[in-house]
Design a protein around this ligand. Sequence first.
Ligand code: PLP
Length: 381
Amino acid sequence: MNKKMSIRLFKPSFDKEEIRSIKKVFKSPWLGYGEKVKEFEKKFSKYIGSNSVVGLNSCTAALHLSVAVNNFKKKKKVLLPAMTFSATAASVLYEGLEPIFVDINRENLSINFDDLRKKYTKDCVAIIAVHFGGHACEMDKIINWAKKKKLIVIEDCAHTLGGYFKGKKLGTWGDFGCFSFEDKKIISTGDGGILCTNDKKKYKILQSISFHGWSKDPWKRHIQSKQNKHWYYQVENLGYKYNMNNLTASIAISQLQKIKLFNKKRIEIIKIYMDKLKKLENFNFAIDYKLKNSCYWLFILKTKKRDKFINFLKLNGISSTVHLMPLNYHPLYKKYKGKTPIADKTWKELVSLPLFIDLSNKQINYIVKKIRQFDKNYHKY
Ligand SMILES: Cc1ncc(COP(=O)(O)O)c(C=O)c1O
């Protein structure tokens, strides 16, 4: 086997379709917010099954707007898993609210429903459910309970796109669904994101606050240019510059066309990993993968010698990383630490392996061979 192999952890998958698509935008030339964004929003809306979607520059923007549009009273509390990416909690702090860290499930790293109920207080106004690694949270239980408590439910779908829970697409269970098209994600536009909701009233505001709080977006002003005073708009809300642009949207359209294939390939790769690694002595799968109708972003192993294993992979040209250190370990979030024993213990053993569409069988076999080698000689490390 080739010792000089160098395998990335993630890699976006593009072909001439994306190049052709982006070239057209350059020829138009209308690079900013415009027709392509509208086209992508329409296609995404159909794909995900949500009436109203807003194309954005990131999932961080989607999360922030989902919180902001509700105008919660300052200092109210939002329940979210302790083990998530910082943007999930930042969206809460941006609005002067406080995160309450909820523990995770040992068997799938997603938010623990019993602890969610335990951590609830009367000051809670929302839940952010993160489908960690692509594993669906128990959305039926969460939604039913949240309704009784009058809590807004935001789904952080940064790690999934096209996965289902009990026959319903992730991102359409809650009041808001937030997706990421960042460089390493399921589909990639370099950076990008989208927000979906079925709340028509809030959708109007979301459209406005994603573009400076204007009453009319710049594309609408352009297409109305034959009308009198086409240029007129009013600043109705305190908005942000969070919009998607035509370049990003053109890549997103091409990527979305391939999503079925992408998700099929991801399942195939995970199946191979699981099959070839199931008999290891010193490793476990960190997630109880439910592959039917799924979209997983991460393949994660658990091992007690996590850091030594990561170094061993590095020496052998294989990238790996840790998803994720619980937020309370970061200085900014330290003061929000609650009782989350499973997150505190579990993250220390997590190692994410390479997972991307163009990962070849040869590469997978090499990764597996090296993991087996480490497992066999575990006592030496
Ligand atoms: C769980 C989670 N939420 C939100 C984000 C933010 O996504 P973006 O980079 O598109 O803002 C990420 C990014 O990795 C993430 O992992």
